[in-house]
Design a protein around this ligand. Structure first.
Ligand code: NAI
Length: 213
């Protein structure tokens, strides 16, 4: 079921969490769950859950709750997870290699196809079966391997040019870890991941709690 109206970004951002919880429930053979039970587990209000899921026509039934498997699959479809996505990682340093070593991306359909760097000492090194290639090979590689997304794990000064080259080669989604805003043409999606933002939110919350004590 595809959403017909525009769904708010806030709701979309919550869906992976629903998906994760429902996946855990499925693994534990839970067949159905009420919004109340789900809300207790997830620590969000039951009305928030109902509102969020109503955006997609609601998958619950009065008095029955939600069918876990059905809801899991439908949210997976909304998130585009029935497709497979080929990814490359550009910048094969600490973070790039850590991402390449994480096997769970593949379980969700994100397949790491290539790793690229400029450093001659890294080119040719194999990380979890993937040989690090020279960035000069990116254009041809993207075209030949049907690459949908690229993770940018390289210095921020280098990120804008590399991102533009990737877009020209045909990449549609940039998973940007470099701490810089990228201005890319319409039709290209950028998802920024900044662990430091998350840490600062944590430090804010801790300092607020200390003030309240
Ligand atoms: P690193 O120095 O270990 O790795 C960077 C790699 O990029 C190096 O191997 C370097 O040779 C390569 N590189 C440089 N120019 C390149 C180019 N034009 N094309 C391809 N590769 C190129 O650094 P680290 O720790 O892995 O960090 C990488 C980036 O990720 C940095 O921009 C850092 O600020 C950012 N970062 C972001 C985090 C986040 O939460 N968003 C967390 C940690 C790092």
């Amino acid at each position: 079921m595809l959403p017909e109206k525009k769904i708010s970004t806030a709701v979309i951002k919550r869906l992976p969490r629903y998906y994760r919880y429902l996946g855990d429930l499925l693994e534990n053979d839970v067949v159905r769950i009420s919004s109340k039970e789900l809300s207790e587990r997830m620590k969000v209000t039951a009305s928030q859950i109902r509102q969020d899921l109503n955006n997609f026509g609601g998958f619950g039934q009065q008095g029955y709750g939600y069918n876990v498997e059905y809801l899991y699959k439908e949210i997976g479809k909304i998130l585009g997870l029935e497709n497979k996505y080929n990814i490359i990682i550009v910048g094969a340093g600490n973070l790039g290699q850590a991402l390449a070593n994480y096997t769970d991306f593949e379980k969700r359909g994100f397949i790491v196809k290539g790793l690229f760097d400029v450093n001659p000492r890294l080119i040719g090194v194999v990380v979890r079966g993937i040989e690090i290639k020279d960035v000069d090979e990116i254009d041809a590689f993207v075209k030949e391997n049907d690459i949908h997304m690229a993770a940018l794990t390289l210095p921020k000064q280098k990120a804008p040019k590399v991102a533009n080259d990737l877009v020209k080669a045909g990449v549609k989604g940039i998973w940007n870890f470099a701490p810089i805003d990228l201005n890319l043409p319409k039709g290209v999606v950028v998802e920024n991941v900044h662990l430091l933002d998350s840490l600062m939110t944590l430090s804010y919350t801790i300092s607020q709690e200390e003030k309240d004590q």
